[in-house]
Design a protein around this ligand. Structure first.
Ligand code: ACO
Length: 324
């Protein structure tokens, strides 16, 4: 039995926040943000719009595109660092409720921006072991609630949104997830962290941006080299390289290190900013909805985030090509 990604969906909040919004409120400029990050806009969720709301919207789309109903799903995994509740219930449980599903295994994963790749890995293991048939995986972030709007070094970087995918059992190897590698180094935890919960500045995300930048470029590059070599693949075998969307300069450096050409790279950071665990499924959804992602195409996912965590995956897209 193999696991395959059979559908993708995303949800993007309506409100668009420009760089000028930040320039009007703090000591920064549109030019600085654009030049250093590649970000022009990001989406902002409504005050009462939670990670579970955005995750449920993305899930509805992914489930319908899989030609399923919520009753066909037998497990829900949500990756998030901006959950509805701090400790419990999990955002996955709330999503299950919003989708009208009871009696289902549902849990969250905390792996920051690598969360979607971690969720994919867990879903694959449950399916390949024969334990589950159809797993809904979600990356959903109300990341802007973690921002300190007095800290210009981090608050322009993040945006809100969600992505979801249905991972299903198949006996067709051509549809299968080829390989996934997930890893971490807790020794580098101080590069990127949210020190406390509750009130005060400790609830906000803190990042040593410049150091994180260098580790990100190195780790994302090595991770891809390893997974390609392990599977006797080269960059030429990849149709779409989908890196975590943190900073355009990181994506450019990693893309150049690996020799991907522009037609292979998937870039959405300019319009959505960094949406943490939602960034990869939102980016896959972008190329799906534009008709660029076709059934059978090979995707290479490459993520990096707080923990530190990182992960990569090679998979063949088993969803139906969208009619354009
Ligand atoms: N506007 C104007 N100036 C600024 C701003 C701003 N918004 N932010 C920082 N600066 C200043 C700094 O104060 C510093 O000034 P100084 O030289 O007087 O001290 C100067 O700009 C340079 O700062 P750096 O931090 O060195 O700038 P850098 O080019 O590294 O860009 C950035 C910062 C955008 C944060 C970059 O380092 C980055 O993207 N890092 C990696 C992000 C990442 O990959 N995160 C991991 C995933 S996120 C997750 O897991 C949740």
């Amino acid at each position: 039995m193999y696991a395959s990604l059979i559908s993708i969906g995303a949800y993007v909040p309506n409100e668009i926040r420009t760089n000028q919004w930040f320039a009007d409120r703090m000591d920064t400029t549109d030019e600085w943000i654009t030049k250093r990050t590649g970000i022009s806009t990001r989406r902002i969720s409504k005050k009462d719009e939670l990670a579970s709301d955005m995750g449920a919207e993305a899930s509805r789309l992914a489930i319908s595109r899989a030609n399923m109903t919520i009753d066909d799903i037998d497990m829900i995994i949500c990756a998030t660092i901006s959950p509805d509740y701090y400790c419990m219930p999990s955002t996955a449980c709330v999503i299950a409720d919003k989708l009208g599903r009871k009696n289902i295994m549902a849990m969250d994963i905390s792996a920051a921006c690598t969360g979607f790749v971690y969720a994919l890995s867990v879903a694959r293991a449950f399916i390949e072991s024969g334990t589950k048939q159809n797993v809904l995986i979600v990356g959903s972030e109300k990341a802007t609630q973690l921002m300190d709007y007095d800290d210009r070094t981090i608050c322009p970087l993040f945006g809100d949104g969600a992505g979801a995918a249905v991972i299903s059992a198949t006996d067709d190897k051509t549809d299968a997830i080829v390989d996934i590698n997930c890893s971490s180094d807790g020794g580098l935890q101080e590069l990127l962290l949210t020190p406390g919960i509750g009130s005060g500045e400790k609830q906000y995300m803190q990042m040593k941006g410049n150091e994180t930048f260098k580790v990100a470029v190195r780790t994302l590059t090595n991770d891809v080299k390893m997974i390609l070599a392990k599977n006797n693949l080269t960059t030429k075998d990849i149709d779409h390289f989908v890196p975590h969307q943190a900073n355009y300069r990181i994506l450019k450096a990693v893309g150049e290190n690996l020799g991907f050409d522009d037609s292979q790279k998937v870039i959405t950071v300019h319009k959505y900013g960094n949406t943490s665990s939602a960034s990869i499924p939102m980016a896959i959804n972008d190329i799906y909805e534009s008709g660029r992602l076709k059934q059978g195409d090979t995707l290479l996912l490459d993520a990096f985030g707080g923990g530190l965590t990182w992960g990569s995956a090679v998979l063949n897209f088993a969803g139906k090509t969208i009619d354009k």
